[in-house]
Ligand binder design. Structure first.
Ligand code: KG4
Ligand code: ZN
Length: 342
Protein backbone atom coordinates (compact mmCIF):
# COMPACT_ATOMS: atom_id res chain seq x y z
CA UNK A 1 0.00 0.00 0.00
CA UNK A 2 1.42 3.37 -1.08
CA UNK A 3 -0.13 6.51 0.39
CA UNK A 4 0.12 10.22 -0.33
CA UNK A 5 0.03 12.34 2.87
CA UNK A 6 -1.18 15.95 2.87
CA UNK A 7 -0.75 18.23 5.91
CA UNK A 8 -2.27 21.73 5.80
CA UNK A 9 -3.67 22.26 9.32
CA UNK A 10 -1.78 25.47 10.11
CA UNK A 11 1.05 27.39 8.43
CA UNK A 12 3.04 24.52 6.94
CA UNK A 13 2.29 22.63 3.74
CA UNK A 14 3.73 19.12 4.13
CA UNK A 15 3.42 16.45 1.42
CA UNK A 16 4.87 12.92 1.48
CA UNK A 17 4.60 9.44 -0.01
CA UNK A 18 4.85 6.47 2.37
CA UNK A 19 4.94 2.87 1.22
CA UNK A 20 4.06 0.09 3.68
CA UNK A 21 6.90 -2.08 2.38
CA UNK A 22 9.52 0.43 1.26
CA UNK A 23 9.00 3.09 3.96
CA UNK A 24 9.11 6.84 3.35
CA UNK A 25 9.77 7.44 -0.36
CA UNK A 26 9.74 11.25 -0.49
CA UNK A 27 8.61 14.28 1.47
CA UNK A 28 8.56 18.04 0.91
CA UNK A 29 7.78 20.84 3.30
CA UNK A 30 6.96 24.50 2.84
CA UNK A 31 6.80 26.86 5.83
CA UNK A 32 4.73 29.96 5.15
CA UNK A 33 6.50 33.23 5.84
CA UNK A 34 3.56 35.57 5.24
CA UNK A 35 2.63 35.62 8.95
CA UNK A 36 5.76 37.05 10.55
CA UNK A 37 4.72 40.64 9.79
CA UNK A 38 1.52 40.08 11.80
CA UNK A 39 3.14 38.36 14.79
CA UNK A 40 0.96 35.24 14.45
CA UNK A 41 -0.80 33.03 11.92
CA UNK A 42 -3.46 34.85 9.86
CA UNK A 43 -5.92 32.06 8.94
CA UNK A 44 -7.05 33.48 5.59
CA UNK A 45 -3.45 34.02 4.42
CA UNK A 46 -2.64 30.45 5.48
CA UNK A 47 -5.54 29.01 3.43
CA UNK A 48 -4.57 30.98 0.34
CA UNK A 49 -0.94 29.92 0.55
CA UNK A 50 -1.98 26.24 0.89
CA UNK A 51 -4.12 26.71 -2.26
CA UNK A 52 -1.04 27.96 -4.12
CA UNK A 53 1.40 25.36 -2.85
CA UNK A 54 -0.38 22.02 -2.38
CA UNK A 55 -0.81 20.86 -6.01
CA UNK A 56 2.70 21.79 -7.24
CA UNK A 57 4.15 20.11 -4.13
CA UNK A 58 2.17 16.91 -4.81
CA UNK A 59 3.67 16.91 -8.33
CA UNK A 60 7.13 17.44 -6.83
CA UNK A 61 6.81 14.65 -4.26
CA UNK A 62 5.57 12.15 -6.87
CA UNK A 63 8.56 13.05 -9.08
CA UNK A 64 10.89 12.48 -6.15
CA UNK A 65 9.22 9.19 -5.30
CA UNK A 66 10.03 8.16 -8.89
CA UNK A 67 6.52 6.91 -9.62
CA UNK A 68 2.97 8.19 -10.04
CA UNK A 69 1.55 5.10 -8.35
CA UNK A 70 -0.68 5.70 -5.31
CA UNK A 71 -3.05 3.30 -3.54
CA UNK A 72 -4.62 5.87 -1.24
CA UNK A 73 -4.62 9.50 -0.09
CA UNK A 74 -4.47 10.70 3.53
CA UNK A 75 -5.01 14.31 4.60
CA UNK A 76 -5.14 16.06 7.96
CA UNK A 77 -8.85 16.47 8.75
CA UNK A 78 -8.40 18.24 12.12
CA UNK A 79 -7.81 19.76 14.59
CA UNK A 80 -6.51 23.01 13.16
CA UNK A 81 -7.53 26.10 11.19
CA UNK A 82 -10.72 25.13 9.38
CA UNK A 83 -9.98 26.99 6.13
CA UNK A 84 -6.45 25.57 5.94
CA UNK A 85 -7.71 22.05 6.72
CA UNK A 86 -10.39 22.29 4.02
CA UNK A 87 -7.78 23.05 1.36
CA UNK A 88 -5.88 19.81 2.06
CA UNK A 89 -9.08 17.80 2.56
CA UNK A 90 -10.66 19.02 -0.69
CA UNK A 91 -7.53 18.42 -2.74
CA UNK A 92 -6.87 15.04 -1.10
CA UNK A 93 -10.45 13.84 -1.35
CA UNK A 94 -10.77 15.08 -4.94
CA UNK A 95 -7.50 13.48 -6.05
CA UNK A 96 -8.49 10.13 -4.55
CA UNK A 97 -11.88 10.27 -6.27
CA UNK A 98 -10.33 11.18 -9.62
CA UNK A 99 -7.92 8.26 -9.36
CA UNK A 100 -10.50 5.82 -8.02
CA UNK A 101 -8.50 5.13 -4.85
CA UNK A 102 -9.59 5.40 -1.20
CA UNK A 103 -9.08 8.45 1.01
CA UNK A 104 -8.83 8.93 4.76
CA UNK A 105 -8.90 11.98 7.06
CA UNK A 106 -6.21 11.85 9.76
CA UNK A 107 -6.16 13.43 13.23
CA UNK A 108 -3.19 15.84 13.33
CA UNK A 109 -2.09 14.78 16.84
CA UNK A 110 -2.26 11.09 15.94
CA UNK A 111 0.13 11.97 13.13
CA UNK A 112 2.48 13.64 15.63
CA UNK A 113 2.39 10.81 18.14
CA UNK A 114 3.09 8.17 15.49
CA UNK A 115 5.95 10.19 13.94
CA UNK A 116 8.67 8.29 15.91
CA UNK A 117 7.48 5.14 14.08
CA UNK A 118 9.22 6.52 10.99
CA UNK A 119 12.59 6.15 12.73
CA UNK A 120 14.81 3.06 12.45
CA UNK A 121 14.23 1.94 16.06
CA UNK A 122 10.52 2.65 16.69
CA UNK A 123 8.99 2.40 20.19
CA UNK A 124 6.94 -0.66 21.12
CA UNK A 125 3.46 -0.29 22.65
CA UNK A 126 2.45 0.68 25.27
CA UNK A 127 4.13 4.05 25.72
CA UNK A 128 3.46 7.47 27.18
CA UNK A 129 3.40 10.30 24.62
CA UNK A 130 4.16 13.92 25.46
CA UNK A 131 2.55 15.98 22.70
CA UNK A 132 3.85 19.53 22.73
CA UNK A 133 2.90 21.82 19.87
CA UNK A 134 1.55 25.29 19.17
CA UNK A 135 -1.98 24.13 19.94
CA UNK A 136 -1.57 21.25 22.41
CA UNK A 137 0.19 20.13 25.57
CA UNK A 138 -0.92 16.58 26.29
CA UNK A 139 0.24 13.47 28.06
CA UNK A 140 -1.34 10.38 26.52
CA UNK A 141 -1.09 6.71 27.38
CA UNK A 142 -0.87 4.86 24.07
CA UNK A 143 -1.81 1.17 24.12
CA UNK A 144 -1.74 0.85 20.35
CA UNK A 145 -2.81 2.76 17.25
CA UNK A 146 -6.20 4.32 18.01
CA UNK A 147 -6.06 3.36 21.69
CA UNK A 148 -5.36 6.64 23.42
CA UNK A 149 -6.06 7.61 27.03
CA UNK A 150 -5.59 11.24 27.99
CA UNK A 151 -3.53 11.53 31.19
CA UNK A 152 -2.99 15.29 31.26
CA UNK A 153 -3.91 18.37 29.24
CA UNK A 154 -3.34 22.10 29.17
CA UNK A 155 -5.83 24.20 31.10
CA UNK A 156 -4.91 27.36 29.16
CA UNK A 157 -2.08 28.21 26.72
CA UNK A 158 -0.37 25.33 24.93
CA UNK A 159 3.35 25.18 25.58
CA UNK A 160 4.26 26.26 22.01
CA UNK A 161 1.81 29.14 22.35
CA UNK A 162 3.52 30.16 25.62
CA UNK A 163 6.90 30.10 23.83
CA UNK A 164 5.51 32.19 20.96
CA UNK A 165 3.77 34.76 23.20
CA UNK A 166 6.79 35.16 25.49
CA UNK A 167 9.04 35.46 22.44
CA UNK A 168 6.81 38.22 21.11
CA UNK A 169 7.09 40.28 24.27
CA UNK A 170 10.87 39.81 24.14
CA UNK A 171 10.75 41.40 20.67
CA UNK A 172 11.41 38.20 18.69
CA UNK A 173 9.87 37.36 15.32
CA UNK A 174 7.07 34.82 14.88
CA UNK A 175 7.30 31.84 15.23
CA UNK A 176 9.13 32.67 18.41
CA UNK A 177 9.84 29.22 19.90
CA UNK A 178 13.12 28.51 18.08
CA UNK A 179 14.20 32.19 18.39
CA UNK A 180 13.54 32.20 22.15
CA UNK A 181 15.50 28.95 22.52
CA UNK A 182 18.44 30.51 20.66
CA UNK A 183 18.32 33.66 22.85
CA UNK A 184 18.14 31.48 26.00
CA UNK A 185 21.52 29.98 25.11
CA UNK A 186 23.12 33.36 25.85
CA UNK A 187 21.16 33.88 29.08
CA UNK A 188 22.39 33.55 32.66
CA UNK A 189 20.56 30.62 34.32
CA UNK A 190 21.14 32.04 37.81
CA UNK A 191 19.61 35.51 37.46
CA UNK A 192 15.85 34.86 37.47
CA UNK A 193 13.80 31.94 38.70
CA UNK A 194 10.35 31.42 37.16
CA UNK A 195 7.65 29.26 38.81
CA UNK A 196 7.03 25.64 37.76
CA UNK A 197 3.22 25.85 37.33
CA UNK A 198 1.06 23.12 38.90
CA UNK A 199 3.98 20.94 39.97
CA UNK A 200 3.23 21.55 43.68
CA UNK A 201 0.04 19.46 43.54
CA UNK A 202 -0.74 16.01 42.23
CA UNK A 203 -2.02 15.51 38.70
CA UNK A 204 -0.76 15.72 35.15
CA UNK A 205 -2.46 18.85 33.80
CA UNK A 206 -0.53 21.93 32.66
CA UNK A 207 -0.98 25.68 32.86
CA UNK A 208 1.56 27.87 31.06
CA UNK A 209 -0.25 31.20 30.63
CA UNK A 210 1.07 32.55 33.96
CA UNK A 211 4.68 32.27 32.78
CA UNK A 212 4.08 34.82 30.05
CA UNK A 213 2.77 37.31 32.63
CA UNK A 214 5.72 36.49 34.89
CA UNK A 215 8.06 37.25 31.98
CA UNK A 216 6.31 40.55 31.30
CA UNK A 217 6.50 41.64 34.96
CA UNK A 218 10.17 40.63 35.17
CA UNK A 219 10.91 42.63 32.02
CA UNK A 220 9.20 45.70 33.51
CA UNK A 221 11.04 45.43 36.83
CA UNK A 222 14.52 44.50 35.58
CA UNK A 223 14.67 46.83 32.58
CA UNK A 224 14.40 46.04 28.91
CA UNK A 225 18.00 45.56 27.79
CA UNK A 226 19.49 42.84 25.58
CA UNK A 227 21.13 40.99 28.47
CA UNK A 228 17.93 40.99 30.57
CA UNK A 229 15.95 39.62 27.62
CA UNK A 230 18.38 36.73 27.22
CA UNK A 231 18.26 36.03 30.98
CA UNK A 232 14.44 36.03 30.90
CA UNK A 233 14.42 33.70 27.89
CA UNK A 234 16.72 31.34 29.78
CA UNK A 235 14.62 31.41 32.97
CA UNK A 236 11.41 30.90 30.96
CA UNK A 237 12.81 27.97 29.00
CA UNK A 238 14.18 26.31 32.14
CA UNK A 239 10.82 26.66 33.91
CA UNK A 240 8.93 25.13 30.96
CA UNK A 241 11.40 22.28 30.50
CA UNK A 242 11.52 21.54 34.23
CA UNK A 243 7.71 21.46 34.42
CA UNK A 244 7.42 19.11 31.44
CA UNK A 245 10.12 16.83 32.87
CA UNK A 246 8.41 16.62 36.29
CA UNK A 247 5.07 15.72 34.66
CA UNK A 248 6.63 13.17 32.31
CA UNK A 249 8.27 11.39 35.25
CA UNK A 250 4.93 11.29 37.04
CA UNK A 251 3.15 10.03 33.93
CA UNK A 252 5.66 7.22 33.39
CA UNK A 253 5.22 6.09 36.99
CA UNK A 254 1.43 6.41 36.90
CA UNK A 255 1.16 4.50 33.61
CA UNK A 256 3.74 1.92 34.67
CA UNK A 257 5.53 1.97 31.31
CA UNK A 258 9.19 2.44 30.43
CA UNK A 259 8.87 4.21 27.08
CA UNK A 260 8.26 7.90 26.46
CA UNK A 261 7.55 9.39 23.05
CA UNK A 262 8.00 13.14 22.57
CA UNK A 263 6.35 14.73 19.56
CA UNK A 264 5.10 18.07 18.25
CA UNK A 265 6.98 21.27 17.41
CA UNK A 266 8.30 21.97 20.93
CA UNK A 267 9.84 18.47 20.82
CA UNK A 268 12.50 20.11 18.62
CA UNK A 269 13.71 22.07 21.67
CA UNK A 270 17.24 20.93 22.48
CA UNK A 271 17.12 21.63 26.22
CA UNK A 272 13.88 19.68 26.52
CA UNK A 273 15.39 16.73 24.64
CA UNK A 274 18.54 16.70 26.77
CA UNK A 275 16.67 16.99 30.09
CA UNK A 276 14.05 14.38 29.18
CA UNK A 277 16.68 11.90 28.05
CA UNK A 278 18.46 12.26 31.39
CA UNK A 279 15.27 12.10 33.47
CA UNK A 280 14.04 9.04 31.58
CA UNK A 281 17.32 7.25 32.20
CA UNK A 282 16.85 7.93 35.92
CA UNK A 283 13.38 6.37 35.64
CA UNK A 284 14.85 3.35 33.78
CA UNK A 285 12.86 4.44 30.75
CA UNK A 286 13.76 5.30 27.18
CA UNK A 287 12.73 8.36 25.19
CA UNK A 288 11.91 8.20 21.49
CA UNK A 289 11.94 11.34 19.35
CA UNK A 290 11.09 11.81 15.73
CA UNK A 291 14.00 13.30 13.77
CA UNK A 292 13.98 17.11 14.17
CA UNK A 293 12.22 17.82 10.85
CA UNK A 294 9.36 15.45 11.79
CA UNK A 295 8.82 17.06 15.21
CA UNK A 296 7.19 20.08 13.58
CA UNK A 297 4.32 19.72 11.13
CA UNK A 298 5.05 17.50 8.13
CA UNK A 299 3.35 15.30 5.55
CA UNK A 300 5.29 12.13 6.41
CA UNK A 301 3.44 11.55 9.70
CA UNK A 302 0.09 11.94 7.91
CA UNK A 303 1.08 9.54 5.11
CA UNK A 304 2.24 7.00 7.73
CA UNK A 305 -0.92 7.19 9.88
CA UNK A 306 -3.04 7.13 6.71
CA UNK A 307 -1.27 4.04 5.45
CA UNK A 308 -2.04 2.18 8.71
CA UNK A 309 -5.70 3.13 8.66
CA UNK A 310 -6.26 2.58 4.92
CA UNK A 311 -4.53 -0.81 5.10
CA UNK A 312 -7.00 -1.77 7.85
CA UNK A 313 -9.88 -0.97 5.47
CA UNK A 314 -10.90 2.43 6.80
CA UNK A 315 -12.34 4.83 4.26
CA UNK A 316 -13.48 8.45 4.32
CA UNK A 317 -16.89 9.09 2.75
CA UNK A 318 -17.07 11.08 -0.50
CA UNK A 319 -17.90 14.26 1.39
CA UNK A 320 -15.02 16.64 2.12
CA UNK A 321 -14.88 16.61 5.93
CA UNK A 322 -12.68 18.56 8.35
CA UNK A 323 -13.06 19.73 11.96
CA UNK A 324 -11.32 22.59 13.77
CA UNK A 325 -11.82 20.70 17.05
CA UNK A 326 -11.52 16.93 17.37
CA UNK A 327 -10.72 15.06 20.60
CA UNK A 328 -7.87 12.55 20.21
CA UNK A 329 -9.45 10.06 22.64
CA UNK A 330 -12.49 9.66 20.38
CA UNK A 331 -10.41 8.01 17.64
CA UNK A 332 -11.22 4.37 16.98
CA UNK A 333 -8.74 1.58 16.35
CA UNK A 334 -7.76 1.21 12.67
CA UNK A 335 -10.55 -0.35 10.64
CA UNK A 336 -13.20 0.30 13.29
CA UNK A 337 -14.70 3.27 11.44
CA UNK A 338 -17.41 2.25 9.00
CA UNK A 339 -16.20 1.56 5.49
CA UNK A 340 -18.15 3.73 3.09
CA UNK A 341 -18.06 4.03 -0.68
CA UNK A 342 -14.86 5.41 -2.22
O1 KG4 B 1 3.69 20.94 15.86
P1 KG4 B 1 3.93 22.30 15.32
O2 KG4 B 1 4.89 22.45 14.14
O3 KG4 B 1 2.61 23.00 14.86
C1 KG4 B 1 1.42 22.83 15.58
O4 KG4 B 1 0.73 21.81 15.33
O5 KG4 B 1 1.18 23.69 16.46
O6 KG4 B 1 4.45 23.19 16.56
C2 KG4 B 1 4.75 24.56 16.39
C3 KG4 B 1 5.17 25.13 17.74
C4 KG4 B 1 5.33 26.65 17.72
O7 KG4 B 1 4.68 27.17 18.85
C5 KG4 B 1 6.84 26.83 17.78
O8 KG4 B 1 7.22 28.06 18.38
C6 KG4 B 1 7.25 25.64 18.63
O9 KG4 B 1 6.44 24.58 18.15
N1 KG4 B 1 8.68 25.29 18.46
C7 KG4 B 1 9.59 25.39 19.45
C8 KG4 B 1 10.84 24.99 18.89
N2 KG4 B 1 10.63 24.67 17.57
C9 KG4 B 1 9.30 24.85 17.34
N3 KG4 B 1 9.48 25.77 20.73
C10 KG4 B 1 10.59 25.75 21.49
N4 KG4 B 1 11.82 25.39 21.03
C11 KG4 B 1 12.00 25.02 19.75
N5 KG4 B 1 13.22 24.67 19.31
ZN1 ZN C 1 1.47 20.06 14.78
Amino acid sequence: MRVLGIETSCDETGIAVYDAREGLLAHVLYSQDAHAAYGGVVPELASRDHVRKTLPMIRQVLDRAGSDRLDGVAYTAGPGLIGALLVGAAIGRGLAWARGIPAIGIHHMEGHLLAPMLEPDPPAFPFVALLVSGGHTMLVRVEGVGRYRLLGDSLDDAVGEAFDKTAKLLGLRYPGGPALAALAERGDPGRFRFPRPMTDRPGLDFSFSGLKTFALNTLREAGDDERTRADIARAFEEAVVDTLVIKCRRALRAAGVARLVVAGGVGANRRLRACLTQAAAEENARVHYPRLEFCTDNGAMIAYAGCLRLAAGERAPLAVEAAARWALETLPEPGARPVTSD
